[in-house]
Each structure stands twice: as structure tokens, then as C-alpha cells.
Design a protein around this ligand. Structure first.
Ligand code: FES
Length: 306
């Protein structure tokens, strides 16, 4: 760049640096200083919540969606409503009742959040830890607010409630970042019904498939998990619906009903290979599955399972 050109650039407007919550949230993704605490807490959660029906219920497997996000509506709704009532004279009892209801709702909300958090990527766990610290601080402040209100000190109760609301909003912002920017809780499986045209598609010769051993094959640009069992061939989307782990690297097992399943190598989600249904979380979304047949020439053909 010559001197004249560089002087033109120097005269241009200087970029303005404005603090933005998104910068802070993205900075937290890289905050390795949190990792030691994450290892300790995550290990404790794994020990306290071993794989099984309780953990599956906390993840939301029975309802097919993560249980934590809708549960957050309960404490957030109650506490925001109490903040509104705190601005209206004569509503102290109703406001105190909402603070108490929010505290009751915070318990299952925290448990479901912990279960989900323990099976996230490290960058997500860093943001999630600070999110949990914000909401835990809010819970403590609302607990103190309730005690003050029960002792008749409504002024202190209101002040503690508004402080709790501030912590709640800060934690809630990070919860939004976790869900919408980092896609925790979203379905990460390929949406094959949108990506694969209708009808049957040639996949590979059946003779190329090892018996009882999962492999990866591709249909266009979609990766597929393929498991041959004698003359049966099971095909699922390869990217795990939890966080896109490679199912073809997973372990093959059998569930209590005798159905063949694959266990994701990343966080242990278990899917039936016949239809992709979830046997164990943390995944809550069914794995997209394919119908299969073998042509007279010995070619495995697939089409999305409707
Ligand atoms: S990516 Fe987490 S269980 Fe598969």
C-alpha cells in the first residue's frame, strides 16, 4: 500500500468498540479457567445420576424433547410476575406466593439442567456453568427475599427480589446463548426427509458390508450408519441427534426387549437400529431411519422411513 492510500485509510472513521453481551458469552466459550471446576462438578453429576430411567426422565426422553427449557418458564414466569406485583401497592401476599412458587419450580429446573449440562461439549459446559451460577444466585436471592417477606420486611424482600431478577436475566441470556448459538438441546441429526428425494436409492453392494459390524456409507453428501445382520440391513442417519456424534463408531448392543441398538460413542445415547427410536438419552430426538431392501443384483437400496 502506498503512502497516499494509507493516509486515506487513516482518515476514515475509527471502528467503535462497544461492549456487547454476545462478546462476553463468546469469551466464556473459550474460558479454559473454568475447566477444573467443570471436571469436578461434571464427575459428581455423573456419579449421582448414573444412566437409567431417572436420568432419561431428567433429559426428557419420555416426552421426546429436552425437559429443561420448558421448566425454566416456571421460576422465570413466577419471579417476573412477582416483580410486576412488587410495583403495585397492596399485592405483598400475592407477590410472596409467586416468589415461593418460583423457588419450588427452580428445583426440577436445576436438576434437568444439570443432567443436560453433564453431557455437553466443553465450550457449551463453560457457558452452561456461568449460566447455572447466575440462576443459582437468583435462587439464593429469591430465597432470602421470601424469608424477608415472611418476617414482614417487604421493603427488603422487594429489593432482594429485584436483585434476584437481575441475576436471573443475566443467567437467562447465557441460557439463550447455549440453546440458540451453541445449539445445546437442538436436534443435530441430518433431516433426511428434507435432504433425500423420495423413492429408492442405491447405497452399496450387500457383499461389501461386514456382518454385525457397523460401517459408514454415504448417500450423496449424507453420512449413514449401516449395520448388516445376516440378510437384514439397518440404516440410520449417522450424525447422532444429540450433538452429531458418529454412530458408525458406536457399540452394538441389545435392549431389554431383545432389539438391536447402537450406543453413541460420545455421550451414550442409545437408539434402536430398526427405527431409530431412543432407548436412552441424553438424546431425546428419534434418529432418522431408512427402509431397506436388496435388489436382485445384490445392491442395498434405501428410502427414508415414513
Ligand atoms: S453426540 Fe451425544 S450421545 Fe451422541
Amino acid at each position: 500500500m502506498n503512502r497516499r492510500a494509507s493516509s486515506i485509510f487513516r482518515r476514515g472513521p475509527r471502528p467503535q468498540v462497544r461492549p456487547h453481551p454476545l462478546d462476553m458469552a463468546e469469551g466464556l466459550e473459550q474460558a479454559g479457567v473454568l475447566d477444573r471446576a467443570i471436571r469436578v462438578i461434571s464427575g459428581g453429576v455423573q456419579r449421582a445420576l448414573p444412566p437409567g430411567p431417572v436420568k432419561d426422565a431428567l433429559h426428557g426422553v419420555p416426552v421426546g424433547h429436552p425437559a429443561h427449557p420448558p421448566l425454566t418458564d416456571l421460576p422465570m414466569g413466577c419471579w417476573m410476575s412477582s416483580a410486576v406485583l412488587d410495583l403495585i401497592p397492596g399485592t405483598e401476599r400475592a407477590s410472596s406466593a409467586l416468589v415461593a412458587a418460583g423457588l419450588a419450580g427452580a428445583v426440577p429446573t436445576a436438576l434437568t439442567g444439570l443432567a443436560d449440562w453433564s453431557a455437553l461439549h466443553r465450550e457449551q459446559q463453560r457457558v452452561g456453568l456461568v449460566h447455572a451460577m447466575g440462576t443459582a444466585t437468583a435462587s439464593v436471592l429469591y430465597g432470602a427475599s421470601l424469608v424477608a417477606r415472611l418476617r414482614g420486611r417487604y421493603g427488603a424482600g422487594r429489593a432482594l427480589g429485584f436483585a434476584g431478577l437481575g441475576a436471573l436475566l443475566a443467567g437467562g441470556y447465557l441460557g439463550g446463548h447455549l440453546a440458540f448459538r451453541q445449539a445445546a438441546g437442538a436436534n443435530h441429526a441430518d433431516q433426511v426427509s428434507h435432504l433425500v428425494p423420495l423413492g429408492w436409492h442405491d447405497l452399496c453392494p450387500i457383499a461389501d458390508l461386514p456382518d454385525g459390524w457397523p460401517v459408514r456409507r454415504t448417500l450423496g453428501y449424507i453420512s449413514l450408519f449401516v449395520l448388516r445382520e445376516d440378510d437384514d440391513v439397518h440404516v440410520l442417519a449417522d450424525r447422532c441427534s444429540h450433538l452429531a456424534g458418529p454412530l458408525h463408531q458406536g457399540r452394538i448392543t441389545v435392549d431389554d426387549d431383545g432389539d438391536t441398538c447402537v450406543v453413541c460413542p460420545w455421550h451414550g445415547s442409545t437408539f434402536r437400529v430398526a427405527d431409530g427410536s431412543v432407548v436412552h438419552g441424553p438424546a431425546t430426538g428419534r434418529q432418522p431411519a431408512f427402509e431397506t431392501r436388496v435388489s436382485d443384483e445384490g445392491t442395498v437400496q434405501v428410502r427414508p422411513l415414513s
